[in-house]
Every structure is written in C-alpha cells, then in structure tokens.
Design a protein around this ligand. Structure first.
Ligand SMILES: [Zn+2]
Length: 294
C-alpha cells in the first residue's frame, strides 16, 4: 500500500508542481503588468495554497532519505520547517510586492486595463485547479490531508472565488475601479489567513504541541488486563501523525514473556482509539505502592 502510494506520488509530483504554477503565476503576472492588484493578490494566495500540496506530495522524497524508514520523524521536521519558511517567505515577499504595486499604481494614477486575456487566464486557472483536484484524487492522500485539500468544499470555494474574480474583471472593465481596492482587501485577508494558518500548523509540529488527553489515554491503558498506573504520557508529531510513549506498571511477579501481549494490546487499542497515533512505545515498570512510581 505504502509502496503503491509512493509510486503514485512519484508519478504525479511534477504534474502537481506544474499545475500549481499554472494556477498562480499567470494571475500574478497579469495583475502586475495590467495593474489589477486583486488579481496579483489572488495569485499569491493560490501559490501559497499550492505549496502546501507540493509539500505533502513531496514529503516522501524527503522522508525516503531518512536512514530509518519506519521513523522518518526528524526528516518530517525538516519538511515542516521548509513549509514554515516557504509560508513566511511567500507571506513577506507578497506583502512587499503587493505594497509596491499599490504604491506604483496610485502614485502614477495607473488605470487598470483589461482585455480578453485576463478572462482567459482566470478561466484557465480554475480549469488547472480542477485538474489538480482530479490528479490529487488519484493519489491516496491520508484522511486528514484529503479533508483539508481535496474535498468538495474546496472546489466550491475555488469556484466561488473565481466567480468573484470574474465579476471584478467585468466591473473594472466598465470603469468601477474601486472594485480593485475592495477585492484586494478581500483576497489579501485570505492570503494572510492562509499564511498564518500554515505557520501556525508547522509551528505546532516543530514544537511538538499535541492534543492528546493524558487522562483519557491512561484510562484506556489502565482498563487493559494486567496494566495499571499508566503515567508519563508523552507524544510528539502532528495531529495527524503522532508518536506516543508512556509508562505502565505491571505485576512484578509476571514473566517478561507474559508482558508482550499486554504491551501489544496497549499499542493496538491506542492506535484503534486514536487514528492519529502512528507508533506507541511502552515502558514497563514493576507495580509499587500507588503514587510511588518513578
Ligand atoms: Zn515511570
């Protein structure tokens, strides 16, 4: 299964990159050269969203470099750091470029000019976006990623944004230049939100912030026959990819070989209860008096 996914990603990775650039770069260039700032802004927004998909699709390249293929955790940290830097970079660079375009436009009183190619670029970009979704469906993304990048809400959102973009073009063509300002603010808020959410998400990964309830986990572990006094629960990773370790006490009289099925049951029940848990490490300690564990 994993192998199959890798081959698929290998096959489609460059198609993703290609499509993402064709969705965003023409809008940026057209907006820049024709003084339509909202189009430029929406282009940066598409580019940033596209990069998130490139990072997911490219993750196997990076994690396959890991000497320990079962635990490419450190390598996925590099990947998240890359994503963090790209989001920050696109955020800052687009802010400067949009600001620059805006100052140039208003200080030289440039009048936006729209011709047929503007409409063609916007329509092509939505076609490329739908193609991207189509190819993404062929690759088995994890459920979390599927939900985030690939569901029908995203398609509706993209179509909605395209309609707004087209209305803006028609309006500006007919002399309603204020639409450029209004839509620039509109798309700029999307851009800022996306930048911050990528930075936030990758920071959570980099800082090992997670959302597992220790008490809930211990209740689950303690309910398993032979295991008691679960404590020191730690987890690192992301919400979708979590590595957990914990301490658990067992009767000192039982033999090591007898602990194996208990440990296996702890692992499997945690994985079954939390879809995000990828790996569990259990430290066994001999049971002592309550409250006296190490
Ligand atoms: Zn302990």
């Amino acid at each position: 299964m994993e192998m199959c996914r890798k081959t698929l990603l290998e096959k489609y990775f460059f198609i993703f990159v290609f499509l993402i650039f064709f969705i965003s770069i023409p809008k940026i260039l057209y907006g820049y050269f024709y003084d339509i700032i909202y189009l430029e802004t929406s282009g940066y927004y598409s580019l940033l969203r596209g990069f998130s998909i490139v990072f997911i699709a490219g993750s196997f390249y990076v994690t396959s470099l890991s000497p320990n293929s079962l635990h490419p955790y450190g390598y996925s940290k590099y990947l998240k750091m890359g994503q963090f830097l790209v989001a920050l970079g696109i955020g800052i660079i687009s802010l400067f470029l949009i600001g620059h375009s805006m100052i140039a436009k208003y200080s030289y009183h440039k009048v936006p000019f729209i011709d047929m190619s503007g409409y063609i670029i916007v329509l092509l970009s939505v076609i490329f976006y739908l193609l991207l979704i189509y190819f993404m469906k062929k690759v088995q993304f994890s459920l979390q990623e599927e939900k985030k990048y690939n569901n029908s809400n995203n398609i509706k959102k993209e179509v909605g944004l395209t309609i707004i973009t087209l209305i803006g073009l028609v309006g500006i063509e007919h002399g309603y230049f204020f639409l450029d300002v209004v839509l620039s603010i509109f798309f700029f808020s999307f851009l800022v939100k996306e930048t911050l959410s990528v930075i936030w998400e990758s920071s959570r990964f980099l800082s090992d912030t997670f959302s597992l309830d220790e008490k809930q986990i211990c209740n689950l572990v303690n309910s398993i026959d032979g295991a008691s006094e679960c404590h020191n629960v730690r987890a690192h990773g992301t919400d979708s990819d979590l590595y957990v370790d914990l301490h658990v006490c067992m009767d000192p009289k039982i033999k090591i070989i007898q602990t194996k099925p208990i440990v296996e049951q702890i692992e499997s029940s945690l994985k079954a209860s939390y879809s995000s848990v990828r790996d569990v490490t259990v430290h066994i300690e001999p049971a002592k008096k309550k409250g006296n564990f190490i």
